[in-house]
Design a protein. Structure first.
Ligand code: CP
Length: 320
């Protein structure tokens, strides 16, 4: 592949290859001197048309730790505000001869549209309700490390029951995780109020629940998602209090899951709505901070692997 647009484009061995590549960067990032020069002389442009804390910063840190020149384009301060189209923006970025472009955009498919217009690898940092592939990869890496710490086999998630609960309808994280976790062998249960569950999602092989207690029964992992009110139009929007009552992860509710069930959340969290602080901050169960840590390593791996061909190094397809 030249680009990383979605988990849907990846074979299982390619997902495992990216996770394995990221391991070296996890190790590097834990050392006092955290730099390599594999991307020295390359320019990475982060073009973000939607807000971000984790993804933007971790792509920037990832590029810099590998020696690249990293430039951030925030749409709110760009000529997009003067009416420039997405395609003209893409052509402009291309003319600057970036070596990789990282895009976040509110429209599903925007990343592919840009990839079709530029000459360098494009990495999807979240496009509308479509995919957020590096999020799913970092989630898999965080889960792998958490299981390993417990002495469990973790290269593959066969036998694991993973609940993804929240606003599935609007969630690119849910879609990418469903594809990634299933590719790695896990059984995925999706849980949401009926109005926030995509019609026909069962066809993707997930078990669908509207009762969170039933979904949690015996689960090994609970991955919580926030309500994406900024994407809602016309749907029934439950009040925060009502939503918490039915779908909030409380310590009491977590008892329905397996004894040591892990808790995940991609962030940003709305504490007291989809997850209680008591659960989010559980030292032995919550791996939310570890997910953020793994985000840097995964993005280092993605930037390294996707720019290899341009650097004259064996490319992704060749190595995988
Ligand atoms: N998980 C995630 O994508 O977070 P940001 O929106 O802060 O990048």
């Amino acid at each position: 592949h030249r680009d990383l647009i979605g988990i849907g484009q990846l074979e299982r061995h390619e997902i495992l290859f990216l996770l394995d590549e990221a391991e070296q960067w996890v190790a590097l990032n834990r050392q006092p001197t955290k730099h390599e020069n594999v991307l020295s002389g390359l320019t990475v442009i982060n073009a973000f048309f939607e807000n971000s804390t984790r993804t933007l910063l971790s792509f920037e840190i990832a590029g810099k730790r590998l020696g690249a020149d990293v430039v951030n384009m925030h749409a709110a301060q760009s000529s997009v505000k003067k009416g420039e189209t997405l395609i003209d923006t893409a052509i402009t970025l291309n003319a600057m001869r970036a070596d990789a472009i990282v895009i976040r955009h509110g429209s599903s498919g925007a990343t592919q549209l840009i990839a079709d217009k530029v000459d360098c690898p494009v990495l999807n940092a979240g496009d509308g309700q479509h995919e957020h592939p590096t999020q799913a990869l970092l989630d898999a890496l965080a889960l792998r490390h958490a299981l390993r710490d417990r002495g469990e086999t973790a290269d593959d998630f066969t036998g694991l029951k993973i609940v993804i609960c929240g606003d599935i309808l609007h969630s690119r994280v849910a879609r990418s995780n469903l594809l990634c976790l299933q590719a790695l062998g896990a059984s995925v249960r999706l849980c949401a109020p009926p109005a926030l569950m995509p019609v026909g999602i069962e066809a993707m092989g997930a078990e669908v629940f509207h009762d969170f207690d039933a979904a949690l029964d015996g689960a090994d992992v609970a991955m919580m998602l926030r309500l994406q009110t900024e994407r809602m139009s016309g749907q029934f929007i439950p009040s925060a209090r009502e939503y918490h009552h039915l779908y909030g992860l409380t310590a009491k509710r977590l008892e329905k899951a397996s004894k040591d069930a892990l808790v995940m959340h991609p962030g940003p969290m709305n504490r007291g709505v989809e997850i209680d602080s008591e659960v989010a901050d559980m030292i032995d169960r919550s791996i939310i901070t570890r997910q953020v840590e793994m985000g840097v390593a995964i993005r280092m791996a993605a930037l390294d692997v996707l720019t290899r061909r341009a650097r004259g190094v064996t490319g992704w397809g060749d190595a995988a």
